[in-house]
Design a protein around this ligand. Structure first.
Ligand SMILES: *Cc1c(COP(=O)(O)O)cnc(C)c1O
Length: 358
């Protein structure tokens, strides 16, 4: 079976070496030595000035929305993983959807202003598949209307835009270290901000609001990463160059083999140093996509319809139609992408796709 992704497992001895440190310290959580070391190493790897690592990539969205969303209307994208929209509703805020750009697949910045009302408090946009949103235009709109900007950068490990980490953009940026993501800690995530005051708020919010053992800065929740998770991160991190190079090879293969007369690949925004995190292909029709899925399934190849459905169609939200997102969501899927896919497997996948669409 070939799945859309395969979790990277570091050599078990290297994981054991890290996990043994937790045994030696007799310390499992509350920002122990491993969590602190992983934060330092990630800061260097990602070239960011600060990071707070967390137990998953969804709770940073909830914390950011809690601090910045003010229970208002949050402008967001219908084309993303459900975590963002769900977090908005979960925080008792209201998602207001803005359709996406048909090629970059990120929120269409030219349509944001029309969706702003006097209840709008923030924009929550996703850098889809590691492809940056138009961050400058969004920043200008946010300044003009006094809105906060939160980026769901779950897919963006290592992405740079204009030579700067993509996590540096927006008031808060978040990442996921879930087992299916480029860099992982099993479950895990991170939040980033360059605002000192906001960083303080994010930090205490992720640890019950504590200010020492007996006092509290304010309201908080538990989003702390454990030493067990950090051990995995410390064992995976040294392999990132290998992982990214391996994925680049797979993507170059697809780029060379697939028949793009009837298919479209993702258009990466200019000035982006991308991370090869996903390989979405867009078919001309949903019928074609379903036919390809069926064919691949016969060879036990399981791509994923990612993202489907468009989030504005979730039954717990209300929205006007989002024609571009709904259309793309019905015609897009992510092809298998992981380090040790063989040329033979890639050839088979590409041939099946090319023959089913012709
Ligand atoms: C994976 C993902 C999340 C959620 O992250 P978890 O670590 O699984 O909580 C949020 N947004 C997007 C776009 C994702 O792909």
């Amino acid at each position: 079976m070939i799945n859309v992704t395969k979790t990277f497992f570091p050599p078990i001895e290297e994981y054991n070496k890290q996990i043994k440190r937790a045994w030696d310290n007799q310390w499992l959580t509350n920002r122990g030595e491993l969590v602190l070391e992983l934060e330092e190493k990630l800061k260097q790897y990602l070239t960011v000035s600060n990071i707070i690592i967390t137990t998953n990539g969804t709770i940073p969205l909830q914390i950011a929305l809690k601090l910045l969303g003010n229970n208002g209307e949050i402008i967001t994208t219908p084309f993303s993983y459900v975590a963002g929209t769900a977090a908005i509703v979960w925080q008792n805020s209201t998602p207001v959807f803005v359709d996406i750009h048909p090629e970059y697949l990120t929120i269409d910045e030219t349509k944001i202003e029309a969706a702003i009302t006097d209840k709008t408090t923030a924009i929550l946009a996703t850098h889809v598949f590691g492809n940056p949103c138009h961050v400058e235009a969004i920043e200008n709109i946010a300044q003009k209307y006094n809105l906060k900007v939160i980026y769901d950068a779950a897919h963006c490990f290592g992405v740079k835009y204009k030579e700067q980490s993509i996590f540096d953009y927006g008031d808060v940026s978040t990442c996921s270290f879930h087992a299916t993501k480029l860099f992982h800690t099993g479950e895990g995530g991170a939040m980033f901000t360059n605002d000192t005051n906001l960083r303080h708020q994010l930090f205490y919010s992720h640890n019950f609001g504590h200010n020492g053992p007996l006092a509290f800065h304010g309201l908080g929740i538990n989003a702390k990463m454990s030493e067990l998770q950090a051990a995995m991160g410390l064992a995976v991190l040294p392999y990132m160059e290998t992982i990214i190079a391996g994925r680049k090879k797979v993507i170059n293969y697809y780029n060379g083999y697939l028949d793009f007369s009837k298919l479209k690949a993702l258009k990466i925004r200019e000035n982006t140093h991308w991370n090869y995190s996903y390989y979405p292909v867009i078919f001309e029709t949903e019928v074609q996509l379903l036919k390809v899925l069926q064919q691949l399934k016969e060879y036990k190849i399981m791509p994923r319809r990612y993202f489907y459905p468009a989030l504005n169609t979730l039954h717990y939200v209300s929205s006007v139609p989002m024609p571009i997102s709904e259309s793309i969501a019905s015609r897009i899927m992510c092809l298998p992408l992981y380090v040790d896919l063989s040329e033979e497997e890639l050839k088979k996948i590409s041939q099946i796709i090319n023959t089913s669409i012709c």
